[in-house]
Design a protein around this ligand. Structure first.
Ligand SMILES: [Zn+2]
Ligand SMILES: [Zn+2]
Length: 296
């Protein structure tokens, strides 16, 4: 009796690429390269991923300053129907959703950011959404595509998001989801350097924006299997600095709670996260309290 050949395990070669796209208007208005030029190169890159394999899937999450949203999913039926004949459905749907998103995100803008500074984008939210989507793919059955996340980021890090971003990074590491980072801003992003380093992804800062498509297609279009055979950019030094939990500021040195590993920039008697008392055990503190009372 012949058993039917096992169906091809396509999960090895098929990519699920979740892209987070920085739409922070404050960043783009201060950046010499125009958002529309950036977007046209990114769209060409997304198209090339879909062309590399018909089972490949691309999901785009827009990252604004106040919110994030799914703007494109190549698996959605809507994106297969051609809409107006002048543009492929991928572009018109994505651009339409992106327009709506940017308008909605702008309405949420709170005026209390410091003038002269550029507010950061909500990277923590975008990473969480990407991981939620990937978890859904994992649960859809044993034949899921190989997921990876690509952060297209330009805004500076928001130290207030430190805890949420680190949690997302460790969650990605546990699920073996590499986080690739294409950082286009002027200074490196410590968060994304750490994200790519911890999850085994690639961190790369293109030296010039004109050739962005080249960099995207040669560095980030490679699937996880091919990466073993390629010489991809290695990260040259990672900024491992953390943010304190008390003031959400990036610090070089600080105090760490030995119980919950919360980080503080100055000495506290009690941990604000887990309420551990520092320097003495709680029973010692209680007996000292009693002694003081007796002395009075
Ligand atoms: Zn602090
Ligand atoms: Zn603690």
């Amino acid at each position: 009796m012949t058993t039917s050949a096992p169906s091809k395990n396509y999960a090895d070669d098929v990519s699920l690429l979740v892209v987070t796209l920085d739409t922070n208007p404050f960043f783009w208005s201060s950046f010499p390269f125009h958002f529309s030029e950036f977007l046209s190169q990114v769209l060409a890159f997304l198209n090339s991923i879909l062309l590399l394999g018909q089972l490949n899937q691309v999901v785009v999450i827009a990252t604004g300053c106040n919110s994030c949203s799914y703007v494109y999913d190549s698996a959605s039926d809507k994106n297969h129907a051609s809409t107006n004949g002048t543009m492929p459905a991928i572009y018109s749907n994505l651009l339409h959703n992106l327009d709506e998103f940017v308008a909605k995100d702008q309405q949420l803008t709170t005026p209390h950011h410091k003038p002269g500074t550029i507010p950061s984008s909500l990277l923590s939210g975008a990473l969480s959404m990407a991981l939620c989507y990937i978890q859904r793919a994992f649960r859809s059955g044993p034949m899921h595509p190989q997921p990876r996340i690509l952060c297209l980021q330009g805004s500076t890090d928001g130290p207030e998001q430190y805890v949420a971003i680190m949690n997302a990074i460790f969650s990605a590491q546990r699920s073996v989801v590499p986080v690739d980072s294409c950082f286009i801003g002027s200074n490196n992003s410590a968060f994304l350097q750490q994200a790519s380093y911890i999850t085994g992804g690639i961190y790369y800062r293109p030296p010039q924006m004109e050739g962005l498509f080249q960099y995207l297609s040669t560095v980030f279009a490679t699937d996880l299997h091919s990466r073993e055979f390629l010489r991809l950019p290695k990260s040259l030094g990672v900024d491992f600095r953390a943010s304190c939990f008390c003031h959400k500021q990036t610090i070089d040195m600080g105090y760490v709670c030995s119980v919950c590993l919360s980080i503080f920039c100055e000495h506290h008697d009690k941990c604000s996260t887990c309420s551990s008392v520092f320097g003495q055990t709680q029973s010692e503190a209680a007996s000292e309290e009693n002694r003081k009372r007796k002395a009075c």
